[in-house]
Design a binder for this molecule. Sequence first.
Ligand code: C5P
Length: 208
Amino acid sequence: MPLVIAIDGPAASGKGTLARKLADHYGLPHLDTGLLYRAVAFALVEAGIDLGDHAAATRAAETLDSASLSDPRLRDRAMGEAASRVSSVPEVRAALLAWQRRFASDPSGAVLDGRDIGTVVCPAADVKLFITASALERARRRHRELAGRGEAATLEGILADIEARDARDSSRSAAPLKMADDAVQLDTTELDAAAAFAQARAIIERAR
Ligand code: C5P
């Protein structure tokens, strides 16, 4: 039986690390859906096109090439912001929806993480997790991650970014960040990656 695991949550909540560990554990393909939005934004920035150009963003989403998803520059801090801007365009979301649904229909199942997986992309997922953590803890994690990649930024600056992104992602009208009614919430503020993984596995084993 295919197993589809939907993981949603705000920026730097630990959902990406958790999704990778679960995909490894269950032997499932994994899609970090934030990368799709980042790749659309990156295509515009590279071409010198304004992020407010919705028609260009839609074309970039419609012609997205999976090979572009492995570019490490997609993970730069500025791309998170830029992705959040293009992700509020309904036509961009519609173009990426088909892509994500195809990925989720793998015969073995899949793990997808993002903002609207449990609510829009995979409403019939076998298990839905909603991962949260305090904004300060998320800023600390992102700060460590960026420092590890040699990208300098202050904790205050990152916290401000995270709060702005939370507000934009939660208030947009197209598929806002929102916990699905049938999702299980996991607060990782006090949990390290191993503890979050153990709790998520227990939730999945109960649900399947
Ligand atoms: O998760 P990540 O930080 O890579 O996502 C970048 C941005 O892409 C988010 O702030 C959000 O605006 C958008 N996104 C989205 N829906 C998803 C995944 C990401 O709108 N499923």
